[in-house]
Design a protein around this ligand. Structure first.
Ligand SMILES: NC(=O)c1ccc[n+]([C@@H]2O[C@H](COP(=O)([O-])OP(=O)(O)OC[C@H]3O[C@@H](n4cnc5c(N)ncnc54)[C@H](O)[C@@H]3O)[C@@H](O)[C@H]2O)c1
Ligand SMILES: O=c1ccn([C@@H]2O[C@H](COP(=O)(O)OP(=O)(O)O[C@H]3OC[C@@H](O)[C@H](O)[C@H]3O)[C@@H](O)[C@H]2O)c(=O)[nH]1
Length: 390
């Protein structure tokens, strides 16, 4: 397994210790799986929750898990815990995933969003810089905001020109809406942390990599309202649509579902992160788009495809009216705005790490919805059949 592993330049990979902040979330749980199953590295897993990595921490039967001495869970809130610096010092590299990152929060809890994505990231950057530790920081594709193309007249032929919509790390501008469009509180906070990290690199020699995920999706993403999350909660689109399908409700298309996204399978994306961890000379001082430009759909097309795939994996027929339109104000409240289109340019990650995504949208939805059905269908049936308390 671990022995004989080499990096992209043919050098042997030495086992390292990773301080992973936000390890209990969607991306963190898949990264922990990969590191435990396929590498010799140690993980100091930091989070306030650990439900999504329980299978790595506690054996389900008798006997020890094979990686028991390579993963430790530290339940702490990085907002206010003095143990953080010690953990960063103990590790060779820190990966920061912690964030509020669900759009329903950006306009309704803008202060929490800004504090989580900007203020809470500051000590992590500072401790890495002061202690000479490498940092992989998770930013977002939302730092690009809207495309230049969306400001062109609707019938302009330039809208078809990739120069007006493909998002490039070292060339595209960051275009956000006005301040009262509080949707952009998240993107703006993330952008400022990127600038801070970049400046720490330039002025103080911080070794950093910034990751801009483009809609990574797969099992364990967010929560299903009323089952493993609050009934009134609004998760990201994969979980919203999964919840609708599981409950046999129409999928809600915000403002007609015209926005476009590219979706990448979490397992493909995690391979890119592992390449960054194990190839510091190629990944340091880089900002990487990580997405799948071949998997572009409108949200409406995503809804249609998920409906078809869910019918196949569950054996249930689709509803006669599978989708309904809803205004963004009704769905998200005042201050919502949207990214129109998100196609990542892949030149830099290709050149530095030789990484390419592999999984088609259909295939990734098939494995993800199989998981959603297996994990939640029974619990939803029970919840629906329970009489509502008066
Ligand atoms: N999933 C995507 O497609 C995507 C896209 C763009 C950016 N990102 C970024 O990637 C990172 C991880 O995203 P995710 O999808 O895994 O989200 P997630 O919400 O599943 O995971 C974030 C984790 O951080 C933890 N956390 C938050 N605040 C904390 C605190 N103060 N102290 C300790 N732990 C804390 C949460 O408990 C959670 O487990 C985030 O920074 C997000 O902005 C993700
Ligand atoms: O039920 C729903 C949920 C969402 N949507 C729409 O689906 C699209 C995608 O919504 P998501 O909830 O996945 O979130 P977005 O892609 O807008 O943002 C995400 O992008 C990258 C990360 O930084 C974050 O994880 C998040 O901000 C949006 O246009 C949204 O309006 C629906 O039409 N119906």
């Amino acid at each position: 397994m671990a022995s004989g592993r080499v990096d992209l330049d043919g050098n042997p990979i030495k086992p390292i210790t990773i301080c992973m902040i936000g390890a209990g979330g969607f991306i963190g749980s898949h990264l922990c799986d990969k590191l435990m199953n396929e590498t010799p590295h140690k993980v100091l897993a930091v989070d306030v929750y650990n439900d999504k990595i329980k299978h790595l921490l506690e054996p389900s039967g008798s006997g020890e898990l094979p990686w028991a001495d390579r993963i430790q869970f530290h339940r702490l809130n990085i907002k206010n815990d003095s143990r953080l610096e010690g953990l960063i010092k103990m590790a060779d590299i820190t990966i920061n995933l912690a964030a509020i990152c669900t759009p329903a929060d950006y306009n309704t809890r803008p202060l929490d969003t800004i504090y989580s994505n900007f203020i809470d990231a500051l000590p992590v950057v500072k401790y890495c810089s002061e202690n000479g530790k490498r940092l992989i920081h998770f930013s977002t594709c939302e730092v690009y905001g809207k495309t230049i193309g969306c400001f062109l007249p609707k019938d302009s032929p330039l809208r078809q020109d990739p120069a007006y919509y493909v998002l490039k790390e070292d060339a595209s501008p960051c275009i956000f809406g006005s301040i009262e469009k509080q949707r952009w509180s998240y993107a703006c906070a993330k952008q400022l942390v990127e600038r801070l990290i970049y400046a720490e690199g330039a002025e103080n020699g911080l070794e950093f990599t910034i990751v801009r995920p483009f809609n990574w999706i797969g099992p364990r993403m967010d929560f299903i309202p009323g089952i493993d999350g609050p009934s009134e909660g609004v998760p990201r689109v994969l979980a919203c649509f999964s919840n609708n399908l599981l409950r046999r409700e129409p999928l809600k298309l915000v403002d007609g579902g015209q926005s476009q996204r590219t979706f990448v399978y979490i397992k493909d994306a995690i391979e890119a992160v592992l390449l960054m961890i194990e190839n510091p000379a190629r990944a340091n001082s880089q900002i990487f788009n990580v997405g799948n430009p071949n998997n572009e759909v409108t949200v409406r097309q995503l809804a249609e495809m998920m409906t078809q795939v869910y019918s196949k994996v569950s054996g249930e027929s689709s509803l006669e009216t599978p989708t309904i339109d809803v205004s963004s104000k009704e769905f998200y409240g005042e201050g919502y705005d949207d990214s129109d289109k998100r196609i990542p340019d892949m030149t830099i990650i290709n050149r530095q790490l030789g990484w390419n995504p592999k999984t088609s949208l259909w295939d990734l939805l098939e494995s993800t919805l199989t998981y959603q059905h297996r994990t939640y269908a029974e619990a939803i049936k029970k919840a629906i059949s329970k009489p509502v308390a008066s």
